[in-house]
Ligand binder design. Sequence first.
Ligand SMILES: Nc1ncnc2c1ncn2[C@@H]1O[C@H](COP(=O)(O)OP(=O)(O)O)[C@@H](O)[C@H]1O
Ligand SMILES: Cc1ncc(COP(=O)(O)OP(=O)(O)O)c(N)n1
Length: 276
Amino acid sequence: MRMGIPNILSIAGTDPTGGAGIQADLKSFAAHGGYGMCAVTALVAQNTQGVREIHAPPTSFLRAQLDSVSDDVTIHGAKTGMLGTVEIIETVAAWWDETYSDNRPRPALVVDPVMVATSGDRLLDEEAEESLKEFLHRADLITPNVPELAILAGEALASSAEELLAQAEKVADAHQAVILAKGGHMNSDEVTDTLVFPAESGTRPEAYSRSSQRIETRNTHGTGCSVSAAFATLRAQGASWQEALATTKDWMQRALATSDQLDVGQGNGPINHFPD
Ligand SMILES: Nc1ncnc2c1ncn2[C@@H]1O[C@H](COP(=O)(O)OP(=O)(O)O)[C@@H](O)[C@H]1O
Ligand SMILES: Cc1ncc(COP(=O)(O)OP(=O)(O)O)c(N)n1
């Protein structure tokens, strides 16, 4: 395991109510022992009930934020969240490729393929889906929920655990990345998250799953952001895939179970990032 506190970068959009996006990422980094940093892709006027407006600063300013971090700080882990548009995806991709084209150690990259918020509001332009797929070969881990996995696989929504696994294998092979297939949107009493690995020379490492009892709560705003941020931190600390899944899933269960200690908003509230 890495000694010391790893520097973890979130490249994502904002949530002024603090439940999702960059604000959730920074809390999740801290909850798992990381030093959190962020580059803002888009300013989102949203709350627990929905998205009102999105303002994306010029991409030259996003690039300036990314360069400001990488010119000065060693990045041990990174995650992307809301990327929003083709232009933003291309800006992040160009920065990543240019920054890590030399011998500089490349941090592990977790891509949360954020497309639609719980409220149903789109956070990724429809025409940007193809650019996002092109971006994915840079990822070590991709963390789709059920609808996002279906779009990445180019198929209908999975309606069974077997279909979900088959889609995750297809996407893992297409992008040569590990997939965390999250089960929150499945219609089941248990919620299962599964890590699926790409096949190497025709052999696929065994998948790992972790299940928990489904918690009856509306406070699921920002769960996906927080899980991907936890993985970025734990992997930068040297956790194995199995350890990272167990730690993240158990933490998320406690964060959801204690979310009623918070009193934030009237819609889908946030989780409690610091449950202990
Ligand atoms: N009702 C729930 N009870 C327990 N765990 C949940 C529940 N809903 C989501 N999770 C967990 O929260 C995380 C996010 O899951 P999911 O809802 O599938 O993704 P997203 O937030 O991206 O839509 C996963 O770790 C999943 O297991
Ligand atoms: C700025 C921003 N990024 C991402 C999301 C979606 O968050 P997610 O973790 O998928 O949680 P849900 O809100 O969809 O449960 C967001 N709302 N805003």
